[in-house]
Design a binder for this molecule. Structure first.
Ligand code: PLP
Length: 403
């Protein structure tokens, strides 16, 4: 049974005070908190079997290798990839996207078209702009509606025989909107285009099935799903990962090296040059186990209740406007009329409430609404209605102080 108080006890940081107030952590979209079991996995690694992997015959190295490869299997199962070698462990979403963008710079030609959604995080815009600059490919944008949903009618019009790639997030970080990625993928495939889904904001809330989605690439970061920073995943279909050239050269990613010629290792090692974040990878596996032990149905139920309650209570505040009202996860992005979001965030911090303020690395969305940024409260399953009451009272106080 899901008992929130029992779950909160798994997260030592939730006992913290900030400025003499009990911490209310509503910045889960930026990074989620870490349960003790994941912290223990990190301590266990450095206390008991810290060693480099894949290349040692000694016991510690073999233990670390086994645990790291076990973690890859956990990621494979969680995302339902067909093969474990389709799971590349990277430094995070940004790294994963850059691996794919850099790979396609050797494949795309001038005049090819790529499509990006207007709801993207900068890390799913800038690498593609760099790719277009290098190759002469043309970047096209799916516009958005006032409610934060994508103009799917225009997306279908943009697709044509020249379209080679489509990039879209599963869930928007700035607004929390859930995008119709199945439709996006299916439509792109009709034109032979490949689709990369940025799952960074989806994975804390939804268990993605890359085979059911038929995603060509799906990327995410461990730190958004109760894991550590500096580790993430690039899922790619086998044939596409084979098609792309390596991102970085170095140790681990080679088969043979001579001064005349180097041949590359097979998957996944071709994309994993150098010593990886071994501890991070193992802790990522522990985080996946933890989330699955809570259950994604329980997570969704708790978070949807928080979203409904938070929306209802915040909407009662006069002059408060919520951005992004279409189908979404537990994120409320809002502004108080005539007040800069940064000022609201600074006062909330003094009251112990951690929220994100600013453009959320999604400036095109802010430009669309004609605002400098928003205050974003992003909830996790370990948050409570009582904490939302604190948020609402704090926003009212901020409004009073700043009006
Ligand atoms: C939708 C989305 N994509 C990409 C990223 C970048 O993730 P990372 O900084 O872990 O590489 C984020 C981070 O907030 C995000 O929300």
């Amino acid at each position: 049974m899901f008992i929130v108080d029992k779950i909160r006890a798994d997260f030592p940081i939730l006992n913290r005070e900030v400025h003499g107030k009990k911490l209310v952590y509503f910045d889960n979209g930026a990074t989620s908190q870490t349960p003790q079991i994941v912290i223990d996995a990190i301590v266990d690694y450095y206390s008991n079997y810290n060693a480099n992997i894949h290349r040692g015959v000694h016991t510690l190295s073999q233990e670390a290798t086994d645990k790291y490869e076990e973690a890859r299997l956990k990621v494979q199962q969680h995302f339902n990839a067909k093969h474990s070698y389709e799971i590349i462990l990277t430094a995070g979403t940004t790294h994963s996207i850059n691996v794919v963008a850099s790979g396609f710079s050797a494949i795309l030609k001038a005049g090819d078209e790529v499509i990006v959604s207007s709801l993207e995080h900068h890390s799913n815009i800038v690498p593609w702009q760099m790719l277009c600059e290098k190759t002469g490919a043309i970047l096209k944008v799916i516009p958005m509606n006032q409610d934060g949903s994508l103009r799917m009618d225009i997306y279908h019009e943009l697709l044509n025989a020249n379209t080679k790639l489509v990039f879209c997030n599963h869930v928007s970080n700035a607004l929390g909107i859930i995008n119709p990625i199945k439709e996006i993928i299916h439509a792109a495939h009709k034109f032979g285009a490949y689709v990369l889904i940025d799952g960074a904001q989806a994975v804390p809330h939804i268990k993605p099935d890359v085979q059911a989605l038929d995603a060509d690439f799906y990327v995410a970061s461990a730190h958004k799903m109760c894991g550590p920073t500096g580790v993430g995943v690039l899922y790619g279909k086998e044939e596409l990962l084979k098609l792309l050239p390596p991102y970085q050269g170095g140790g681990e990613m080679i088969e043979t090296v001579t001064f005349e010629k180097t041949t590359y290792a097979g998957l996944p090692h071709k994309f994993e040059a150098g010593t990886p974040n071994i501890c991070g990878g193992i802790a990522f596996g522990a985080a996946i186990d933890y989330l699955n032990s809570i259950g994604f149905e329980n997570i969704a139920k708790q978070e949807n209740e928080l979203l409904a309650y938070g929306t209802q209570e915040l909407e009662k505040i006069e002059g408060l406007k919520i951005y992004g009202t279409s189908d979404k996860v537990a994120v409320i992005s809002f502004n108080l009329e005539g007040i800069h979001p940064y000022d609201v965030g600074a006062i909330l911090d003094k009251l112990g409430v951690a929220v994100r303020t600013g453009h959320h690395c999604a400036q095109p969305i802010m430009n669309f609404y004609g605002i400098p940024g928003t205050v974003r409260a992003s909830f996790a399953f370990y948050n409570t209605k009582q904490e939302i009451d604190v948020l609402v009272a704090s926003v009212k106080r901020a409004k009073m102080m700043l009006s």
